[in-house]
Design a protein around this ligand. Structure first.
Ligand code: SF4
Length: 399
């Protein structure tokens, strides 16, 4: 069995970097003393889907290197050495929010210190500041504002499309879409269609948090529940909007809750095929009502990436979001199942309000260096994972 698994991942870790010199790297065979992981390795080798018990065993296995080896073998089977990144800009039009999620350090009540709402001109100006031909995506999310009409968001999107027609607009989480539908007295499907007609190209994956009701009631009681999040994603996919999916981990959830979350996402992906990327989000407790909780550890972060890669066998991509994980952990994750590092970002607010100490953006060259030093091949992509070719004078997206 072990030899079989070793053959499967024969391309694993093909290069190493030693004092700047690359050399062929001989992969080691799969080895573990954990019999539970041996049976999981059989499944991974043969392409057999893992079940909930397997997922739990992966969370609880002490042999993290064996878990990582398996995740890496799947990652390389799917993507070889390619590691994706994009050049994007985050825009958070407002932090005013009617919800009071205990997980959140970003949202503010209206008229309280630190609350802000951008006028449309200001939001367009934010998009323009630091903009260059290199930017291929605007990532737009914000609070659930009690007064802003649906028209504000449609105008925001229309104005961005008018000014930056070549930039992909990845805008509004399932939670925001459901809230806008309520405010506009439209169905979710109608709301999604109007957003799409205005210029939204795809949806980000936020707001999923943890689907388990018991946990969701404590950390984000005012949000749509897990089933509503999944229903909204299903409708988005059905009208042709791709999306991402996330999971917030490292707060009060248990291993079973994480497994439940992953299996629900996998089931919906079987149905629609509309998810592009799964992004495990490490909880940052600072400045939230849950700030007594400890931060996640590197071991948990890396394990979460690996388990995600192994369980979500129908998700094309697993992203190590460097803003939350730190560039160092994100880089190591590229050997534990991740094939995407997210992007240059420019001015991230949400996790920095919650105490993230990472820079608010990263230059393209730095991202490329992180990927190359992990022995991977950087591939700049657009939001839909089409390769972007860049010369000194032009940017081309392969279609
Ligand atoms: S997590 Fe989102 S919905 Fe909850 S308070 Fe923060 S901004 Fe509002």
């Amino acid at each position: 069995m072990r030899a079989g698994v070793a053959r499967q991942a024969a391309s694993a870790w093909p290069m190493r970097y030693h004092h700047g010199v690359t050399a062929p790297f001989q992969p080691h065979a799969f080895q573990t003393d954990d019999p539970r992981l041996e049976s999981i390795a059989e499944k991974v080798s043969s392409g057999t889907r893992l079940d909930g018990d397997d997922a739990l065993a992966l969370y609880r296995a002490s042999d993290i290197l064996a878990v990582g080896w398996l995740a890496n073998s799947v990652r390389e089977r799917l993507h070889g050495d390619k590691t994706y990144f994009n050049v994007n800009r985050h825009i958070n039009p407002t932090n005013v929010c009617i919800a009071a999620c205990r997980l959140c350090a970003f949202g503010r009540k209206k008229d309280t210190p630190g609350a802000y709402t951008m006028a449309l001109e200001e939001a367009w100006q934010t998009a323009a500041s630091g903009y260059s031909e290199a930017v291929t995506e605007f990532h737009i999310v914000g609070g659930l504002h009690p007064d802003l009409p649906f028209e504000y968001f449609l105008d925001l999107v229309r104005g961005l499309k008018e000014r930056f027609p070549q930039v992909h607009l990845k805008a509004f989480t399932m939670v925001e879409v459901a809230y806008l539908a309520r405010r506009a007295k439209l169905s979710i499907a109608e709301t999604l269609r109007e957003l799409k007609d205005a210029g939204v190209d795809s949806l980000p994956g936020g707001g999923a948090e943890i689907f388990a009701d018991r946990i969701r009631h404590i950390i984000c009681d005012h949000k749509i529940d897990g089933d509503q999040w999944l229903d909204t994603a299903r409708l988005a996919h059905q009208i042709g909007l791709r999306s991402n999916a996330t999971m917030l981990y490292g707060h009060i959830e248990g291993d079973e809750d994480r497994v439940d979350h992953l299996l629900k996402l996998r089931a919906l992906q079987d149905e629609t095929g509309g998810f592009q990327t799964f992004i495990p989000l490490a909880f940052h407790p600072d400045n939230t009502p849950l700030q007594h909780l400890p931060k996640t550890t590197g071991m948990l972060d890396i394990r979460q990436i690996a388990v995600s890669r192994l369980v979500l066998d129908n998700f094309p991509h697993i992203k190590a979001y460097w803003q939350m994980l730190t560039p160092r952990i994100a880089q190591i994750s590229l050997r534990f199942g991740a094939d995407d590092l997210d992007g240059t970002v420019i001015e991230e607010k949400i996790y920095h309000d919650a105490g993230a100490t990472t820079p608010q953006g990263m230059r393209r060259e730095e991202l490329v260096r992180l990927i190359r030093e992990a022995g991977r091949v950087p591939v700049e992509r657009d939001t839909l994972y089409r390769p972007v070719t860049r010369t000194e004078t032009s940017v081309t997206v392969a279609v």
